[in-house]
Write a protein that binds this ligand. Structure first.
Ligand SMILES: *Cc1c(COP(=O)(O)O)cnc(C)c1O
Length: 395
């Protein structure tokens, strides 16, 4: 690159800096038990991870990943349709379909790629996609890639969605997409209403269960399972990268849908199959989720206490109903300051700023894990309240 080109990059970076929007990487020097990490000389309670069940460090997953690597090697060697489709992929997909209560399932390399792959396979130019304003970025990128027309509705606003569906030309294909647990606010999609609307207006319904897989539902399969709506959802999307502790995304649904994706989802077709150690970890995580409901019960019980205590202290937790608990702080500098002070007190939590959230509604987001002890969570809450009072965020 020429100096002139670097100067252009620098100008854009300076603009981010001026709005307190510049991001930086923080290296974790050591991952410790109990949902803690060491950064430099400081040990922090990690309240920013998506490892909701503490499985990323679980010795059973590590052993399963090692065993799979010993047996199959560390790479699949090709994409699935070429020679990368191992019996291990088939077995894990069968177990996943069983877990989700659908006829079939397909695994992609990441959740991000899953959304790109499935959305661009299902809709194209001339089709309509209806999406909640707070859907994950990968959903928006998938819609862009598909060339379909996006109709965004305000967060969880079913009246607006219904009006958009009413106004849509009858002949065009319609796809409604929603997160089930929203990653920004930790609140839930009104899934029962979405199923009713999709049926009334002849649309397809796709649900992204990234934050719900392994956490919600009697068997941990997600919000659709929790509400008894599995059959009402056409495309069940989710990930193994959060509560399940490793990496990968999935789509579960009818066999005919999955066969179609094998043929049409470019993110599936033109990318190397997930490597054996990751499949070993996924396989073991699915077993643990099935056998140990007490992990997700503990997580959700602790989340309820955490949210209740922060709300009682005067914080706005923005409608959270899950293990993701945001606390409203306001403008960007104040929010960064809040996160920095918590960090000094041993708590690691991310500041979420625009464009992720609306201007003036920046927040610090806490995500809980079953790896956190009651004692650590109690201390964390007390610290958050004390720091919040010190800054005048609450009275
Ligand atoms: C994290 C996330 C993804 C992306 O999944 P990765 O496996 O991290 O690529 C997709 N959708 C939602 C709602 C997410 O939170």
């Amino acid at each position: 690159m020429t100096e002139h080109e670097f100067a252009r990059l620098a100008a854009e970076m300076a603009a981010l800096e001026a709005r307190a929007l510049r991001r930086r990487l923080t290296a974790i020097d050591e991952v410790l038990p109990g949902g803690r990490v060491r950064v430099g000389g400081q040990v922090l309670l990690n309240l920013s991870s998506n490892d909701y069940l503490g499985l990323a460090q679980d010795s059973r997953l590590v052993a399963a990943a090692q065993a799979a690597a010993e047996h199959w090697g560390v790479g699949a060697g090709a994409s699935r349709l070429v020679t990368g489709h191992l019996a291990l992929h088939e077995a894990v997909e069968a177990k996943l379909a069983e877990f989700k209560g659908t006829g079939a399932a397909v695994i992609f390399s990441t959740g991000y790629m899953t959304n790109l792959g499935v959305i661009a396979a299902l809709v194209g130019p001339g089709d309509l996609v209806f999406g909640d304003r707070l859907n994950h970025a990968s959903i928006y990128d998938g819609i862009k890639l598909s060339g379909a027309e996006l109709r965004r509705f305000p967060h969880r606003d079913m009246d607006r969605l219904e009006n958009l569906l009413k106004d849509a030309p009858a002949k065009r294909k319609r796809l409604i997409i929603t997160d089930s647990v929203f990653s920004v606010d930790g609140d839930l999609a009104p899934l029962k209403d979405l199923v009713e609307l999709k049926e009334r207006y002849g649309a397809l319904l796709m649900v992204d269960e990234a934050h719900a897989t392994g956490v919600l539902g009697p068997r941990g399969a997600g919000l659709a399972e929790a509400l008894g709506l599995t059959a009402g959802v056409d495309v069940h999307m989710g990930t193994f990268s959060k509560a399940l502790g490793s990496l990968g995304g999935y789509v579960a649904g009818e066999r005919r849908l999955i066969d179609y994706l094998h043929n049409k989802a470019r993110a599936f077709i033109y990318s190397t199959a997930l490597p054996p150690p990751v499949l070993g970890a996924i396989d073991k995580a699915l077993d643990i989720v099935a056998k140990h409901p007490e992990k997700r019960h503990y997580l959700l019980d602790q989340a309820e206490i955490f949210r209740h205590e922060l709300t009682m202290a005067g914080f706005d937790t923005l409608g959270s109903e899950t293990q993701i608990i945001p606390v409203l702080a306001g403008d960007n500098p104040r929010t960064l300051d809040f996160a920095a002070r918590l960090r000094e007190e041993g708590l690691m939590a991310v500041a979420l700023r625009p464009p992720t959230v609306p201007v003036g509604k920046a927040r610090v987001r806490f995500s809980l894990s079953a790896a956190h002890s009651v004692q650590d969570l109690t201390r964390a809450r007390e610290t958050i309240v004390r720091v919040g009072r010190g800054m005048g965020l609450i009275l």
